[in-house]
Design a protein around this ligand. Sequence first.
Ligand code: PMP
Ligand code: GLU
Length: 398
Amino acid sequence: MFSDRANQVTPSATVELNAKVAQMTREGVDVIKLNIGEPDFDTPLYIREAAKKAIDEGFTKYTATPGIPELRKAICRKLREENDISYQDTEICVTTGAKQALYEALITIVQEGDEVILPTPCWVSYEDMIRLSGARPILVQTNRTEGDRFHLDLGAIERAVTKRTKAVIINTPNNPTGVVYRKAELAVLAELADRYDFWIISDEVYEKLIYNDARHISIASLSGNARSRTVTVNGFSKAFAMTGWRIGYAAGPKEFIQKMKGIQGHVTSGINSIAQKAALAAYTTPQDSVAEMCAQFALRREMVYNRLSKMKGVECSNALGAFYLLPDFSAYFGRRWRGGVLKDSFDLADYLLTEVKVAAVPGDSFRAPGCLRISYSNSMECLREGMDRIESSLAELQ
Ligand code: PMP
Ligand code: GLU
Protein backbone atom coordinates (compact mmCIF):
# COMPACT_ATOMS: atom_id res chain seq x y z
CA MET A 1 0.00 0.00 0.00
CA PHE A 2 2.88 2.35 0.76
CA SER A 3 6.22 2.79 -0.95
CA ASP A 4 9.26 0.76 0.07
CA ARG A 5 10.95 4.06 0.85
CA ALA A 6 8.24 5.14 3.25
CA ASN A 7 8.03 1.68 4.81
CA GLN A 8 11.73 1.59 5.63
CA VAL A 9 11.79 4.92 7.49
CA THR A 10 12.30 4.79 11.24
CA PRO A 11 10.64 7.89 12.71
CA SER A 12 13.18 10.34 14.17
CA ALA A 13 13.95 9.24 17.74
CA THR A 14 14.71 12.81 18.81
CA VAL A 15 11.55 14.28 17.32
CA GLU A 16 9.34 11.44 18.65
CA LEU A 17 10.72 11.67 22.19
CA ASN A 18 10.29 15.43 22.11
CA ALA A 19 6.61 14.96 21.27
CA LYS A 20 6.16 12.41 24.06
CA VAL A 21 7.82 14.68 26.64
CA ALA A 22 5.73 17.66 25.50
CA GLN A 23 2.60 15.55 25.99
CA MET A 24 3.72 14.49 29.50
CA THR A 25 4.44 18.12 30.38
CA ARG A 26 0.98 19.15 29.13
CA GLU A 27 -0.49 16.49 31.41
CA GLY A 28 1.25 18.14 34.36
CA VAL A 29 4.14 15.66 34.78
CA ASP A 30 7.33 17.35 36.02
CA VAL A 31 9.74 16.00 33.39
CA ILE A 32 13.38 17.12 33.35
CA LYS A 33 14.28 17.52 29.70
CA LEU A 34 17.76 16.32 28.92
CA ASN A 35 16.60 15.07 25.55
CA ILE A 36 15.97 18.22 23.69
CA GLY A 37 18.34 19.17 20.86
CA GLU A 38 17.58 22.86 20.78
CA PRO A 39 18.78 25.94 22.66
CA ASP A 40 16.50 26.78 25.59
CA PHE A 41 17.12 30.52 25.00
CA ASP A 42 14.76 32.87 23.17
CA THR A 43 15.56 34.03 19.66
CA PRO A 44 17.43 37.36 20.17
CA LEU A 45 15.20 40.45 20.12
CA TYR A 46 16.83 42.09 17.07
CA ILE A 47 16.01 38.99 15.01
CA ARG A 48 12.40 38.93 16.16
CA GLU A 49 12.10 42.67 15.40
CA ALA A 50 13.40 42.12 11.85
CA ALA A 51 10.73 39.47 11.29
CA LYS A 52 7.96 41.72 12.59
CA LYS A 53 9.17 44.50 10.31
CA ALA A 54 9.13 42.11 7.34
CA ILE A 55 5.49 41.28 8.04
CA ASP A 56 4.50 44.92 8.54
CA GLU A 57 6.22 45.92 5.31
CA GLY A 58 4.36 43.22 3.40
CA PHE A 59 7.41 41.08 2.71
CA THR A 60 5.13 38.08 2.54
CA LYS A 61 5.29 36.81 -1.03
CA TYR A 62 7.26 34.05 -2.76
CA THR A 63 10.95 34.86 -3.00
CA ALA A 64 13.72 33.59 -5.27
CA THR A 65 14.02 29.79 -4.91
CA PRO A 66 17.59 29.77 -3.50
CA GLY A 67 16.86 32.70 -1.18
CA ILE A 68 16.82 36.50 -1.37
CA PRO A 69 20.06 37.91 -2.84
CA GLU A 70 20.89 40.02 0.28
CA LEU A 71 20.75 36.93 2.49
CA ARG A 72 22.87 34.87 0.10
CA LYS A 73 25.40 37.71 0.03
CA ALA A 74 25.43 37.89 3.84
CA ILE A 75 26.01 34.12 3.97
CA CYS A 76 28.93 34.48 1.52
CA ARG A 77 30.44 37.21 3.71
CA LYS A 78 30.02 35.08 6.82
CA LEU A 79 31.60 32.03 5.19
CA ARG A 80 34.52 34.13 3.95
CA GLU A 81 35.17 35.98 7.21
CA GLU A 82 34.44 33.24 9.73
CA ASN A 83 35.12 30.01 7.86
CA ASP A 84 37.71 31.13 5.35
CA ILE A 85 35.80 29.78 2.35
CA SER A 86 35.12 31.94 -0.64
CA TYR A 87 31.72 31.38 -2.28
CA GLN A 88 29.73 33.47 -4.78
CA ASP A 89 26.03 34.02 -4.12
CA THR A 90 25.27 31.60 -6.98
CA GLU A 91 26.90 28.93 -4.79
CA ILE A 92 24.42 29.29 -1.92
CA CYS A 93 20.98 27.72 -1.57
CA VAL A 94 18.94 28.77 1.46
CA THR A 95 16.68 25.98 2.73
CA THR A 96 13.90 25.20 5.18
CA GLY A 97 16.30 24.27 7.98
CA ALA A 98 19.66 22.56 7.65
CA LYS A 99 17.67 19.33 7.48
CA GLN A 100 16.32 20.20 4.05
CA ALA A 101 19.79 21.21 2.86
CA LEU A 102 21.14 17.79 3.89
CA TYR A 103 18.35 15.84 2.25
CA GLU A 104 18.42 17.87 -0.96
CA ALA A 105 22.21 17.57 -1.10
CA LEU A 106 21.86 13.79 -0.99
CA ILE A 107 19.21 13.58 -3.67
CA THR A 108 21.24 15.94 -5.83
CA ILE A 109 24.29 13.67 -5.63
CA VAL A 110 23.38 10.00 -5.19
CA GLN A 111 22.08 7.34 -7.58
CA GLU A 112 20.03 4.32 -6.55
CA GLY A 113 22.40 1.78 -4.96
CA ASP A 114 25.24 4.25 -4.24
CA GLU A 115 26.94 4.15 -0.85
CA VAL A 116 27.31 6.99 1.62
CA ILE A 117 29.81 6.60 4.44
CA LEU A 118 28.63 7.65 7.87
CA PRO A 119 31.00 7.81 10.84
CA THR A 120 29.21 6.61 13.99
CA PRO A 121 27.89 7.54 16.52
CA CYS A 122 25.85 9.84 14.30
CA TRP A 123 22.79 12.04 14.43
CA VAL A 124 19.53 10.09 14.01
CA SER A 125 18.40 11.54 10.67
CA TYR A 126 21.39 10.81 8.43
CA GLU A 127 20.76 7.11 8.01
CA ASP A 128 17.12 7.55 7.06
CA MET A 129 17.91 10.46 4.76
CA ILE A 130 20.48 8.32 2.95
CA ARG A 131 18.02 5.45 2.55
CA LEU A 132 15.26 7.81 1.39
CA SER A 133 17.62 9.13 -1.27
CA GLY A 134 17.99 5.57 -2.62
CA ALA A 135 21.55 5.07 -1.36
CA ARG A 136 22.94 2.70 1.29
CA PRO A 137 24.40 4.01 4.54
CA ILE A 138 27.81 2.47 5.26
CA LEU A 139 28.42 2.82 8.98
CA VAL A 140 32.02 3.26 10.07
CA GLN A 141 32.87 3.44 13.76
CA THR A 142 34.89 6.36 15.00
CA ASN A 143 37.99 5.88 17.16
CA ARG A 144 37.66 4.54 20.68
CA THR A 145 41.24 5.12 21.83
CA GLU A 146 41.79 7.51 24.74
CA GLY A 147 42.51 11.01 23.48
CA ASP A 148 40.97 10.22 20.07
CA ARG A 149 37.62 9.01 21.31
CA PHE A 150 34.92 9.61 18.69
CA HIS A 151 37.36 11.21 16.23
CA LEU A 152 37.39 9.91 12.64
CA ASP A 153 38.98 6.51 12.09
CA LEU A 154 40.47 7.39 8.72
CA GLY A 155 41.89 3.91 8.12
CA ALA A 156 38.44 2.41 8.61
CA ILE A 157 36.90 5.03 6.31
CA GLU A 158 39.43 4.22 3.59
CA ARG A 159 38.73 0.49 3.97
CA ALA A 160 34.99 1.18 3.60
CA VAL A 161 35.42 2.96 0.26
CA THR A 162 34.17 1.03 -2.79
CA LYS A 163 33.38 1.91 -6.40
CA ARG A 164 29.87 2.83 -5.23
CA THR A 165 31.02 5.32 -2.59
CA LYS A 166 29.44 8.63 -3.50
CA ALA A 167 29.82 10.69 -0.34
CA VAL A 168 30.71 10.84 3.30
CA ILE A 169 28.69 12.84 5.81
CA ILE A 170 30.60 14.50 8.61
CA ASN A 171 29.26 16.58 11.46
CA THR A 172 31.55 18.83 13.46
CA PRO A 173 31.00 19.82 16.27
CA ASN A 174 29.24 16.50 16.55
CA ASN A 175 25.77 15.47 17.60
CA PRO A 176 25.70 13.28 19.73
CA THR A 177 29.36 13.05 20.83
CA GLY A 178 30.22 16.75 21.13
CA VAL A 179 33.57 16.07 19.45
CA VAL A 180 35.15 18.83 17.34
CA TYR A 181 37.21 17.42 14.46
CA ARG A 182 40.81 18.56 14.16
CA LYS A 183 42.36 20.15 11.11
CA ALA A 184 44.71 17.19 10.56
CA GLU A 185 41.92 14.60 10.42
CA LEU A 186 39.84 16.77 8.11
CA ALA A 187 42.85 17.23 5.81
CA VAL A 188 43.28 13.44 5.52
CA LEU A 189 39.57 12.99 4.82
CA ALA A 190 39.78 15.64 2.08
CA GLU A 191 42.72 13.75 0.53
CA LEU A 192 40.72 10.52 0.59
CA ALA A 193 37.78 12.25 -1.10
CA ASP A 194 40.14 13.42 -3.79
CA ARG A 195 41.87 10.08 -4.25
CA TYR A 196 38.67 8.04 -4.39
CA ASP A 197 36.47 10.70 -5.97
CA PHE A 198 33.61 11.20 -3.52
CA TRP A 199 31.70 14.14 -2.07
CA ILE A 200 31.91 15.44 1.48
CA ILE A 201 28.71 16.69 3.06
CA SER A 202 29.86 18.74 6.02
CA ASP A 203 27.18 19.53 8.59
CA GLU A 204 28.41 22.46 10.67
CA VAL A 205 25.23 23.54 12.46
CA TYR A 206 26.90 23.52 15.90
CA GLU A 207 29.98 25.52 14.82
CA LYS A 208 29.32 28.41 17.23
CA LEU A 209 28.98 26.15 20.26
CA ILE A 210 32.58 25.35 21.11
CA TYR A 211 34.43 25.50 24.42
CA ASN A 212 37.90 25.95 25.89
CA ASP A 213 40.46 26.41 23.15
CA ALA A 214 38.62 24.38 20.50
CA ARG A 215 38.44 25.82 17.00
CA HIS A 216 35.89 24.96 14.36
CA ILE A 217 37.43 24.14 10.98
CA SER A 218 35.38 23.98 7.79
CA ILE A 219 36.77 21.21 5.61
CA ALA A 220 36.02 23.23 2.44
CA SER A 221 38.53 25.86 3.62
CA LEU A 222 41.46 23.43 3.50
CA SER A 223 42.18 23.53 -0.25
CA GLY A 224 40.66 24.23 -3.65
CA ASN A 225 40.16 20.49 -4.12
CA ALA A 226 38.40 20.14 -0.79
CA ARG A 227 36.13 23.06 -1.67
CA SER A 228 35.22 21.59 -5.03
CA ARG A 229 33.95 18.33 -3.51
CA THR A 230 32.31 19.67 -0.38
CA VAL A 231 28.79 20.78 0.38
CA THR A 232 28.93 22.92 3.51
CA VAL A 233 25.65 22.82 5.44
CA ASN A 234 24.80 25.27 8.17
CA GLY A 235 21.80 27.01 9.68
CA PHE A 236 20.38 29.36 12.23
CA SER A 237 18.64 26.93 14.61
CA LYS A 238 21.50 26.34 17.03
CA ALA A 239 23.59 29.53 16.84
CA PHE A 240 20.65 31.92 17.10
CA ALA A 241 18.09 29.79 18.95
CA MET A 242 15.89 29.73 15.83
CA THR A 243 14.79 26.09 15.63
CA GLY A 244 11.15 26.94 14.92
CA TRP A 245 11.94 29.42 12.15
CA ARG A 246 13.15 26.58 9.91
CA ILE A 247 15.98 28.18 8.02
CA GLY A 248 19.39 26.87 6.98
CA TYR A 249 21.52 26.64 3.85
CA ALA A 250 23.93 24.69 1.68
CA ALA A 251 27.03 26.16 0.06
CA GLY A 252 28.83 24.29 -2.69
CA PRO A 253 30.14 24.41 -6.25
CA LYS A 254 27.94 26.38 -8.64
CA GLU A 255 26.83 23.39 -10.76
CA PHE A 256 25.81 21.50 -7.63
CA ILE A 257 23.77 24.44 -6.25
CA GLN A 258 22.17 24.91 -9.67
CA LYS A 259 20.87 21.30 -9.56
CA MET A 260 19.81 21.56 -5.92
CA LYS A 261 17.92 24.77 -6.66
CA GLY A 262 16.06 22.97 -9.46
CA ILE A 263 14.89 20.35 -7.00
CA GLN A 264 13.96 22.91 -4.35
CA GLY A 265 11.86 24.86 -6.86
CA HIS A 266 9.55 21.84 -7.08
CA VAL A 267 9.58 20.91 -3.41
CA THR A 268 9.00 24.20 -1.58
CA SER A 269 9.32 26.95 -4.24
CA GLY A 270 11.59 28.67 -1.79
CA ILE A 271 11.99 29.57 1.85
CA ASN A 272 9.66 31.38 4.23
CA SER A 273 10.12 35.07 3.36
CA ILE A 274 9.89 36.29 6.96
CA ALA A 275 12.42 33.77 8.25
CA GLN A 276 14.83 34.99 5.55
CA LYS A 277 14.64 38.59 6.85
CA ALA A 278 15.17 37.25 10.36
CA ALA A 279 18.21 35.25 9.22
CA LEU A 280 19.56 38.31 7.43
CA ALA A 281 19.39 40.28 10.71
CA ALA A 282 21.13 37.38 12.47
CA TYR A 283 24.08 37.54 10.07
CA THR A 284 24.35 41.31 9.76
CA THR A 285 24.15 42.35 13.43
CA PRO A 286 27.01 41.99 15.96
CA GLN A 287 26.63 38.63 17.66
CA ASP A 288 26.93 39.31 21.41
CA SER A 289 23.94 37.11 22.13
CA VAL A 290 25.68 34.10 20.58
CA ALA A 291 28.71 34.56 22.85
CA GLU A 292 26.47 34.97 25.91
CA MET A 293 24.56 31.80 25.08
CA CYS A 294 27.81 29.92 24.52
CA ALA A 295 29.17 31.10 27.90
CA GLN A 296 26.08 29.71 29.62
CA PHE A 297 26.44 26.39 27.81
CA ALA A 298 30.09 26.21 28.91
CA LEU A 299 29.13 26.51 32.60
CA ARG A 300 26.39 23.91 32.27
CA ARG A 301 28.67 21.52 30.41
CA GLU A 302 31.24 21.68 33.21
CA MET A 303 28.65 20.98 35.88
CA VAL A 304 26.96 18.11 34.00
CA TYR A 305 30.29 16.55 33.05
CA ASN A 306 31.52 16.72 36.67
CA ARG A 307 28.35 15.15 38.00
CA LEU A 308 28.18 12.35 35.39
CA SER A 309 31.84 11.44 35.60
CA LYS A 310 31.54 11.01 39.37
CA MET A 311 28.55 8.68 39.15
CA LYS A 312 29.36 5.09 39.99
CA GLY A 313 29.62 2.87 36.90
CA VAL A 314 29.18 5.75 34.44
CA GLU A 315 31.90 6.41 31.85
CA CYS A 316 31.86 9.94 30.50
CA SER A 317 34.36 11.92 28.48
CA ASN A 318 34.04 15.67 28.20
CA ALA A 319 33.41 17.20 24.80
CA LEU A 320 34.48 20.45 23.23
CA GLY A 321 31.39 21.30 21.21
CA ALA A 322 27.61 21.31 20.69
CA PHE A 323 25.48 20.85 23.85
CA TYR A 324 25.61 17.10 24.28
CA LEU A 325 27.48 14.53 26.35
CA LEU A 326 27.34 10.82 25.60
CA PRO A 327 27.97 8.92 28.84
CA ASP A 328 28.14 5.12 28.86
CA PHE A 329 25.81 3.39 31.32
CA SER A 330 26.35 -0.18 30.12
CA ALA A 331 27.63 -1.22 33.57
CA TYR A 332 23.97 -1.07 34.61
CA PHE A 333 22.72 -3.46 31.94
CA GLY A 334 21.49 -6.70 33.47
CA ARG A 335 20.33 -4.88 36.63
CA ARG A 336 16.74 -5.21 37.76
CA TRP A 337 13.98 -2.77 38.47
CA ARG A 338 10.34 -3.45 39.04
CA GLY A 339 9.59 -3.14 35.35
CA GLY A 340 12.07 -5.92 34.49
CA VAL A 341 15.73 -6.19 33.54
CA LEU A 342 17.58 -3.36 31.81
CA LYS A 343 19.06 -4.81 28.67
CA ASP A 344 19.96 -1.80 26.53
CA SER A 345 19.87 1.99 26.19
CA PHE A 346 16.18 1.94 25.20
CA ASP A 347 15.33 0.22 28.49
CA LEU A 348 17.50 2.60 30.46
CA ALA A 349 15.92 5.68 28.85
CA ASP A 350 12.51 4.16 29.54
CA TYR A 351 13.44 3.43 33.17
CA LEU A 352 14.61 7.02 33.76
CA LEU A 353 11.53 8.52 32.13
CA THR A 354 9.10 6.23 33.94
CA GLU A 355 10.70 6.14 37.38
CA VAL A 356 12.24 9.59 37.86
CA LYS A 357 10.82 11.58 34.95
CA VAL A 358 14.12 12.36 33.29
CA ALA A 359 14.10 12.37 29.49
CA ALA A 360 17.30 11.45 27.62
CA VAL A 361 17.68 9.93 24.15
CA PRO A 362 18.82 6.26 23.96
CA GLY A 363 22.33 5.95 22.53
CA ASP A 364 21.18 3.13 20.24
CA SER A 365 19.27 5.71 18.20
CA PHE A 366 22.65 7.31 17.41
CA ARG A 367 24.46 3.99 16.94
CA ALA A 368 25.99 4.43 20.38
CA PRO A 369 24.81 1.36 22.26
CA GLY A 370 25.34 1.50 26.01
CA CYS A 371 25.03 5.29 26.08
CA LEU A 372 22.42 7.95 26.65
CA ARG A 373 22.62 11.32 24.95
CA ILE A 374 22.39 14.03 27.56
CA SER A 375 21.60 17.51 26.29
CA TYR A 376 22.63 20.29 28.64
CA SER A 377 20.41 22.80 26.91
CA ASN A 378 18.35 23.43 30.03
CA SER A 379 18.64 25.75 33.05
CA MET A 380 21.33 25.04 35.65
CA GLU A 381 18.60 24.37 38.17
CA CYS A 382 16.88 21.75 35.99
CA LEU A 383 20.21 20.19 35.08
CA ARG A 384 21.16 19.82 38.77
CA GLU A 385 17.78 18.28 39.50
CA GLY A 386 18.21 15.95 36.51
CA MET A 387 21.63 14.82 37.73
CA ASP A 388 20.24 14.21 41.25
CA ARG A 389 17.41 12.13 39.85
CA ILE A 390 19.68 10.04 37.60
CA GLU A 391 22.14 9.41 40.42
CA SER A 392 19.51 8.29 42.90
CA SER A 393 17.69 6.14 40.34
CA LEU A 394 20.90 4.31 39.41
CA ALA A 395 21.41 3.52 43.09
CA GLU A 396 17.95 1.87 43.14
CA LEU A 397 18.92 -0.71 40.54
CA GLN A 398 19.72 -4.17 41.84
N1 PMP B 1 22.26 18.59 11.78
C1 PMP B 1 22.37 18.19 13.07
C2 PMP B 1 23.60 17.49 13.48
C3 PMP B 1 21.35 18.45 13.98
O1 PMP B 1 21.49 18.06 15.25
C4 PMP B 1 20.19 19.10 13.54
C5 PMP B 1 19.07 19.25 14.53
N2 PMP B 1 18.34 20.29 14.50
C6 PMP B 1 20.12 19.49 12.20
C7 PMP B 1 21.15 19.21 11.34
C8 PMP B 1 18.92 20.17 11.62
O2 PMP B 1 18.90 21.52 11.93
P1 PMP B 1 17.75 22.50 11.40
O3 PMP B 1 16.91 22.85 12.58
O4 PMP B 1 18.48 23.68 10.84
O5 PMP B 1 16.99 21.77 10.35
N1 GLU C 1 18.75 17.99 16.14
C1 GLU C 1 18.07 18.00 17.40
C2 GLU C 1 18.34 16.71 18.13
O1 GLU C 1 19.21 15.97 17.76
C3 GLU C 1 16.61 18.33 17.24
C4 GLU C 1 15.71 17.23 16.78
C5 GLU C 1 16.09 16.75 15.41
O2 GLU C 1 15.94 17.51 14.48
O3 GLU C 1 16.60 15.62 15.36
O4 GLU C 1 17.73 16.45 19.12
